[in-house]
Write a protein that binds this ligand. Structure first.
Ligand code: AOF
Ligand code: ZN
Length: 367
């Protein structure tokens, strides 16, 4: 590993500190080096807060003059919620900027690099580029498609069931595996379920981790509920965090919409398919417009099946408990091809063990 790669790796680790809290912004880290010594470091921690470079420059003070800056994303050139980092770097008199990858934000996209070069700063791009893009896979996906990066999480028995036929699912996996789901939730600005899961499991969909205050930031809870069947007393309408319902009807008999709104839920009507079911691409586009860069889908067979059929799932996190039911509710419905060759394939698969359970992760191949 070269010296530049070693320092970029430190910047990537700093960026990682913001995981789960920067959306819709990317995670970014920066390290400032003067004569081989790190004199400043910073991470972007929250949208609206200072960018990574600004934190690092503040730490370096006068020692930024003539220094080399390692930053995991192209410094911005636009006035957003904060002023342009490229200008701050120029003003501080840095001599060189090493960038891992360019920023696909149309307001930046090469303009940050050009501005630095025009000011006579040496710029290198592409050090640990793949790692930097992988770190912000959700942000890059959102910029490219306008939709959040969709992660489908599922927990099933070894023979593929997520619940008994009666709908009992408490619990498929071990407490250790379930804790890891709360960590996973913390990485996403939104969590989604279908109304079927809401009615069957009545989940809270909050992050509950030991030592983390409940009133800390919580993801947006999203319910796909074509016919407004959600019960106003459901857990997702209580406690901390906001809840958004995607539906295809503006109301149903009994004034359900007003009851749900009285519980604080926001109702968003989106296009429906021929059967009156919420068109999931339309709901995802709306989430993207709201600045949600990723969504963790913890839905049951209907929503998971619809998302998989329409190839809307980008990544799968699948917990397998060493249990056999011999019958029950399957993880996915509605995709039932005739040939094995029609199976959706996962690539870049990794497997780990959590307590007695297995966790399989992979990306849905777009081929
Ligand atoms: C950087 N360094 O640490 C981050 C950058 O609204 P603002 O001012 O926070 O700008 C958000 C945009 O800035 C975001 O969409 C992305 O293009 C870039 N993020 N850029 O130079 C950083 N977080
Ligand atoms: Zn910036």
């Amino acid at each position: 590993m070269s010296e530049a790669e070693r320092l970029m790796q430190i910047a990537l680790r700093l960026a990682e500190l913001g995981r789960g809290q920067t959306s819709p912004n990317p995670m970014v880290g920066a390290v400032i080096v003067q004569h081989g010594e790190i004199v400043g470091q910073g991470a972007h921690l929250k949208a609206g807060g200072p960018h990574a470079e600004v934190h690092a420059l503040r730490m370096a003070g006068d020692r930024a003059k003539g220094a080399t800056v390692y930053v995991t994303l192209e410094p911005c050139a636009h006035v957003g919620r904060t002023p342009p980092c490229a200008d701050a770097l120029i003003e501080a008199g840095v001599a060189e900027v090493v960038v891992a990858c360019t920023d696909p934000n149309p307001e930046v996209s090469g303009a940050g690099i050009r501005r630095l070069q025009q000011a006579g700063i040496r710029v290198t791009v592409g050090v640990l580029e793949k790692q930097a893009q992988a770190l912000n896979e959700a942000y890059f996906h959102w910029r490219a498609t306008g939709r959040p990066f969709v992660v489908w999480k599922c927990a099933a028995t070894l023979d593929g069931y997520i619940a008994t036929h009666q709908g009992d699912s408490r619990y498929v996996t071990s407490p250790e595996a379930r804790q890891s789901v709360h960590q996973l939730r913390q990485e996403h600005p939104a969590i989604a379920v279908g109304v079927g899961t809401l009615l069957a499991d009545n989940p809270q969909l909050t992050i509950r981790l030991q030592g983390r205050p409940l009133n800390a930031w919580q993801p947006l809870r999203v319910v796909f509920d074509s016919n407004l069947r959600s019960r106003p007393d459901a857990e997702v309408f209580q406690g901390p965090g906001k809840t958004l319902i995607y539906t295809s009807v503006s109301d149903v008999k009994g004034g359900r919409a007003a009851q749900l709104q009285a519980r604080g839920a926001e109702i968003q009507v989106v296009e429906a398919d021929l059967h009156g079911r919420v068109l999931l691409p339309a709901a995802l586009n709306d989430l993207g417009q709201r600045g949600l860069t990723s969504v963790l889908v913890e839905a049951g067979p209907t929503v998971a099946g619809a998302l998989l059929r329409d190839r809307l799932v980008d990544k799968v996190v699948y917990y397998i408990a060493p249990k056999l039911l011999g019958g029950g509710m399957t993880a996915v419905q509605g995709r039932d091809p005739e040939r094995m060759s029609e199976a959706l394939r996962l690539t870049r698969v990794s497997v780990s063990q959590i307590g007695p359970d297995l966790r399989v992760e992979g990306y849905v191949s777009k081929l």
